[in-house]
Design a protein around this ligand. Structure first.
Ligand SMILES: [Zn+2]
Length: 460
């Protein structure tokens, strides 16, 4: 981190820099994160439990869902938390958290945590979860995003590009959206080069043309989109501009995908593991390539079907405890991903190692023209808002280039009128007049590999 010179905000002072309030807070956090990454696993755990105790006391005093959960299970927060006590706290599945609704809201958020801003996950199990962000959770989001830049020694003077999800009408091709700097996380602290974004709904040929025009140094996108782009470019015999690094976000990246992208584009791929409801979960180690849990932000457990901790090498369910969200606390919450711990890392960091993550996967939408698109599924609230029917789970399955099935877990099946409205919405979102049929199961299970896909293509 000390390789970078921060911007100074005081008149007449350039060195050493005096940052502004936000910058000073971020630099103060980085100073601590720089040290804590090298602590031993036991030291980290002790500090996590110290923070966890504050969260548990707060949840027990002000969050109806946890008041009830703790009372029913006779959980009493002790003066000192250890691993044995921690595992007596019941796991909260996604269904329970989804159903808790407003009972998950703290009735007395400390005012210093700032205003609440509600959001809904698009999630890896198709069960949208409503949660709040606060100034504190945003501050930590920024801090771990900065740590990722420092670990991978990115050159802020370079040009950053992103092909990601935006609502329709934003950052559309051919121009996308140009920006003067790298955005709210980096630019207030460091001088940066320009940035540019493109809506992932763009076709592969539009994306490729945009990349060749923009000539970025860095590219951020989803693994499913990157793979499709690599294949398309090689099929067309087109080479891509030289990139220093590609960052993959939002879906899980397999080793095969990583190798395909790296060998096609002759550049390294750096993956990050985040979730909307708790921010940064793990970052890729700059030395080994394994993932390090961001223990200063979350307690991440991997457990088997009986709820017992998995040893390194055994795949299990990911549970997270978000340490700083006092607005909608998530404690031993089943995220819906599967993962596997690894052995301690050769880099010397004490942050736990994850070797593999089996998270969200996404297929591409195939059109009759032979083109493929990143499926635009709209917002989770769209269907309930359109029909007035509460929705619990959602899955869109492509059976052929003409036919789509919508699997909806609803409080009641849709009538013909409502189906017609949702059909029109989906045809508009997917950008093609597909035949849309409906099914209304009681539950949508994970696939055979333990993964759940919000959009699933059955076309080989
Ligand atoms: Zn490492």
């Amino acid at each position: 981190m000390l390789k970078y010179s921060p911007l100074s905000y005081m008149q007449g002072i350039s060195f050493p820099a005096i940052a502004d309030g936000h910058g000073a807070m971020q630099l103060a956090l980085q100073y601590q994160l720089d040290a804590s990454q090298w602590w031993s696993a036991d030291q980290l755990l002790a500090k996590q439990f110290e923070q966890l105790r504050l969260l548990l006391l707060h949840a027990n005093a002000t969050v109806p869902y946890y008041q009830r959960l703790f009372a029913e299970n006779e959980v009493q927060v002790p003066d000192r938390i250890d691993a044995k006590f921690f595992q007596t706290i019941p796991v909260s599945g996604r269904l329970a958290i989804q159903q808790a609704g407003q009972a998950l809201d703290s009735t007395a958020l400390p005012s210093a945590h700032g205003a609440k801003e509600y959001d809904t996950t698009s999630g890896s199990t198709g069960r949208p979860i409503r949660f709040a962000r606060t100034s504190v959770t945003r501050t930590f989001w920024f801090a771990f995003a900065l740590r990722d830049h420092f670990w991978h020694e990115r050159h802020f003077a370079g040009k950053l590009s992103a092909i990601r999800w935006y609502p329709r009408g934003v950052a559309e091709p051919p121009l996308g959206a140009p920006e003067a700097h790298w955005g709210v996380i980096v630019a207030p602290l460091f001088a940066t080069g320009p940035a540019c974004s493109l809506n992932v709904a763009a076709t592969l040929s539009e994306q490729l043309k945009w990349l060749r025009d923009e000539q970025p140094d860095y590219l951020v996108s989803f693994p499913s989109n990157l793979i499709a782009l690599v294949r398309y470019a090689s099929k067309m015999g087109v080479t891509l501009p030289a990139l220093l690094e590609i960052r993959s976000i939002g879906e899980s990246l397999s080793n095969t995908q990583r190798q395909q992208i790296e060998s096609a584009w002759k550049t390294r791929v750096v993956d990050i593991y985040t979730c909307e409801e708790a921010g940064y979960l793990a970052l890729q180690c700059p030395v080994s390539g394994d993932y390090h849990v961001q223990s200063e932000n979350v307690i991440l457990e991997i457990v088997d079907e009986q709820g017992a901790p998995c040893q390194p090498g055994k795949i299990g369910q990911v549970l997270i405890t978000s340490l700083h969200n006092f607005a909608t606390p998530l404690i031993r919450y089943e995220l819906g991903d599967m993962a596997e711990f690894g052995d301690p890392c050769a880099c010397g960091r004490g942050l736990p190692v994850i070797r593999r993550i089996h998270g969200r996967k996404r297929s591409r939408l195939q059109l009759p023209s032979g083109e493929s698109l990143f499926p635009y599924l709209g917002e989770h609230e769209d269907i309930p808002q359109l029909t007035g029917v509460k929705m619990h789970q959602f899955q869109c399955v492509q059976h052929s280039v003409e036919e789509i099935e919508l699997k909806l877990v609803l409080e009641r099946p849709l009538n013909a009128d409502e189906q017609a409205k949702v059909r029109a919405l989906m045809q508009r979102n997917l950008g093609h007049p597909f035949r849309v049929r409906f099914s209304f199961p009681d539950n949508i299970a994970r696939g055979p590999s333990g993964k759940y896909e919000e959009f699933l293509s059955l076309i080989s």
